[in-house]
Every structure is written in C-alpha cells, then in structure tokens.
Design a protein around this ligand. Structure first.
Ligand code: FAD
Length: 386
C-alpha cells in the first residue's frame, strides 16, 4: 500500500504549474501552433520549472514525487488548451521516462534520466511503422548483432517529439522468425551516424506537437543500448502501455473540463432572442448531459490513477479508461462547439482547437477499436480468428 498523496500539497503544485504555464507557454502558444513546432528551448524552460518527469526517483535526478504529480502537469496542459504540448510532455515524462526507470540499468538511467528531468535531453518512443500500427508485430525495423554492436535498419512514422528527440526508444526485430518474441527495445542516441529525421507531418490538429518519420540506415548502436533483455520488447510494451493509456485518458478528462468551462462562460454571456443562451432549455440540457458525462469519466479515471499507484491497474481497465475518457472528450468538444454556433467554427475561439486537438486521442496509444478488443478479450476470451 502506497502512502496517500497529500491533496493540499498537490493543489499547491497544481497552482504552481498553472502559473508557470500562464507565463511560459500561453503568450507564445499561438505562434508555436503556426510554426508547427515548439522551440527546443521550451524543454529546458519546462525542466527548470520542475514540470518534466516529476515522478522520476531522486537518485536519477528527479524529485521522486508520486505519479499524481506527473498527471497534474499533463492535466493542466490539456485543461488550458495546450493539447499538442500535453502530448509532447506525456510522451517524454509519462512514457519514455518510466521505461527507463522500470527497465533501465544503472548506467542507462544515469545517462538519460537527469537530462530528461532538466530538459537537456528530449525523449521519444518509436513503435509505429508505415506497415505496422495497431499490428505492432508486423514491424520490419531490424537490429542485427555485430560484435559489440547492433546494426539498425528501418523506418518509423508518427513519432511524437521526433524532431527534437535526443534519445528514442526504438522497437526492432532482433529475431524476425520469432514473432512477438523477436522484438527488442533500444535506447537510440540520435546524434549517432545512420539516424535521420524525416518530415514533421502536417496534421489537422495538435500543430505545435511535432510528429515525424524517422530513418535508421546501417546505424551502429552499442549492445549496451539494449533496454532490458533481448526478445522481451513486446512484453515490455504490453507492460508499460497501461500507464500511457491511463494518462491519455486523464488528459481527455482535463481537456473536457476546459471545453466545458469556456462553454459555460460563453452561454452565460451570449444573448439571443432577448435572453442569455444559458437560459434556453437545449443549452441547459446539453450542459447537464456533458457535465454528467465528464464527471462519470473523471471518477473512473481518478480511481484508475489510484489503482496504478497501488500497482493494481490491469491492462483491460487502463484500456477502458482511455476508450471511455477520449470518446467522452470528443463528445464534449463537439457538443460545446455546437453551443458556440458559427463562432465555434472559427479559429478565434479556442473551442475550435479543443475540438480538433481531441480527435487524435481516440487514435494514438492504441485506437478505440483496439481498446475495445482488449476489453472484450478480458470479458469473453480471445476471438477465434486471433
Ligand atoms: C499525432 C500522432 C502521434 C503519434 N505518436 C506516436 C509515437 O510517439 N510513437 C509511436 O510509436 N506511434 C505514434 N503514433 C501512432 C499511433 O499509435 C498509430 O497511428 C495507431 O496505433 C494506429 O495505427 P495505424 O495508424 O497504423 O492505423 P491501423 O492500425 O492501420 O488502423 C486502421 C483502422 O483499423 C482499426 N483496427 C485496428 N486493429 C483492429 C482490430 N483488431 N479490430 C478492429 N479494428 C481494428 C483501427 O482502429 C483503425 O480504425 C502517433 C499517431 C499520431 C496520429
């Protein structure tokens, strides 16, 4: 049983995160969205403000805070409408850093974690390939042993933080005949020869979050860069994915709160037919419906956060959190945009960004359909085709 988190201290931390985001992010966010990427220095700024990898243990350069503190950073980014940045930070702090904390040896942790906490090193994780998304076992990137090295060849796509990444956790086949048992993970230093970045993909939303193609061409990486044991990569991915899915769910809940807050305020200000928008029965019912949807999901995701902290969160339950919360986030963003009328469809009103940024939450980290398959398997067993 872990110690319960002091909620007053957590609230103080939340306030400090909000203040930092208001000064360091809000004034420039619009410009970053137009540029299609955040400046590299932002990572150092976030690190200096104590907002990166906050639950990394102290002996690895972090402050060893409970997981809930890391969730708070993502929640505030999402609630305040910085959807792209919430994705970037989540990948760095809540996906890449935990792989290192959980699977890395002392040398690997020392090499990367302090830099990830300070923002000196940006982390990314590369599983997806052009021919292997939901079907990860179809990946073709290979790592062939050559003395004290592995030679990496292949390509990845849709990699968050790909443009700024200093280190990428790459999933590659070390034994192409062995299916899932032939996949291994590597901590790839992007300054080594043989690594190249492709395009920063032009997406419909989350513009300032860079999403890239990555290429490995006869890239020689030391055998010491293998994360965990050879052939265990798929097992590790399955073990770490529940945290990623839970955090995506938490971001979805927080983003829905942001959408609701701005819509409630708008409905109380906008006048039509000689009365406030908030007095029309449809508006009242829509807000009631969405607030209820939000609260049910918040309660469930908060329960999953506690279960994760206690080491009790299983993969199907984490999938339920992601599936339910991100579908709710999209329902709420759509319903809220509708209440803004034509203004909601213009980029001048932030609800339009919440609407478009929400959409990818049902896709990355495992699509809603894949989540349903995982949940169904836990209830009904495997389907015969699988
Ligand atoms: C903005 C963004 C950021 C991303 N960041 C990363 C990252 O940092 N690292 C990384 O490795 N990847 C990343 N991804 C990739 C993401 O995880 C994949 O796009 C996702 O897993 C889906 O894979 P796919 O795009 O190949 O779609 P496909 O797998 O081709 O899916 C096509 C359709 O088939 C459905 N489908 C799949 N399996 C089943 C099934 N069993 N039953 C029924 N239907 C099914 C899907 O739900 C979907 O509707 C990112 C993607 C985006 C868009």
């Amino acid at each position: 049983m872990t110690n319960p988190v002091d909620q007053q201290e957590l609230a103080l931390f939340r306030d400090s995160v909000i203040k930092a985001l208001e000064t360091e992010v809000a004034p420039q966010y619009e410009a970053w969205e137009k540029n299609g990427i955040v400046p590299r220095e932002l990572w150092n700024t976030l690190g200096n403000a104590g907002m990166l990898c906050v639950d990394v243990p102290e002996d690895c350069g972090g402050c060893g805070a409970p997981f809930q503190y890391s969730v708070v950073v993502g929640e505030e980014l999402a609630r305040l409408g910085f959807g792209a940045l919430s994705t970037n930070v989540m990948v760095h702090s809540d996906i890449v850093a935990p792989y290192l904390s959980h699977l890395g040896n002392e040398e690997q942790k020392r090499q990367w974690l302090p830099g990830m906490v300070s923002g000196e090193a940006v982390g990314a994780i590369a599983m997806t390939e052009p021919g292997a998304g939901s079907d990860l076992q179809a990946m073709r990137t290979s790592a062939v042993k050559d003395g004290e090295n592995y030679i990496l060849n292949g390509s990845k796509t849709f990699i968050t933080n790909g443009q700024h990444a200093d280190m990428v956790i790459v999933a590659a086949k070390t034994d192409p005949q062995a299916g899932a048992k032939g996949i291994s993970l590597f901590l790839v230093d992007t300054s080594l020869p043989g690594f190249s970045k492709g395009r920063n993909l032009d997406k419909i939303g989350q513009h300032s979050g860079d999403t890239s193609e990555l290429f490995f061409s006869d890239m020689r990486i030391p055998a010491s860069a293998m994360l965990g044991e050879e052939g265990q990569g798929f097992v590790y991915l399955m073990r770490e994915l529940p945290r990623e899915r839970l955090v995506i769910g938490a971001l979805g809940v927080a983003a829905a709160r942001g959408s609701l807050d701005m819509t409630i305020q708008y409905a109380q200000e906008r006048e039509l037919f000689g009365q406030k928008l908030s007095l029309l029965q449809n508006t009242r019912f829509e807000i009631a419906r969405m607030e209820t949807d939000y609260r049910i999901n918040k309660a469930f995701v908060d329960q999953c956060i506690r279960e994760y902290e206690e080491g009790k969160l299983d993969a199907p339950t984490a999938s339920m959190a992601k599936y339910s919360a991100t579908e709710m986030q999209c329902r709420v963003a759509d319903g809220c945009l509708q209440l803004f009328g034509g203004y909601g469809y213009t980029t001048e009103y932030p609800i339009s960004r919440n609407f478009i940024d929400a959409r990818v939450q049902r896709i990355y980290g495992g699509t809603s359909e894949v989540m349903k398959e995982i949940i169904a398997r836990s209830v009904l067993g495997r389907s015969p085709q699988k």
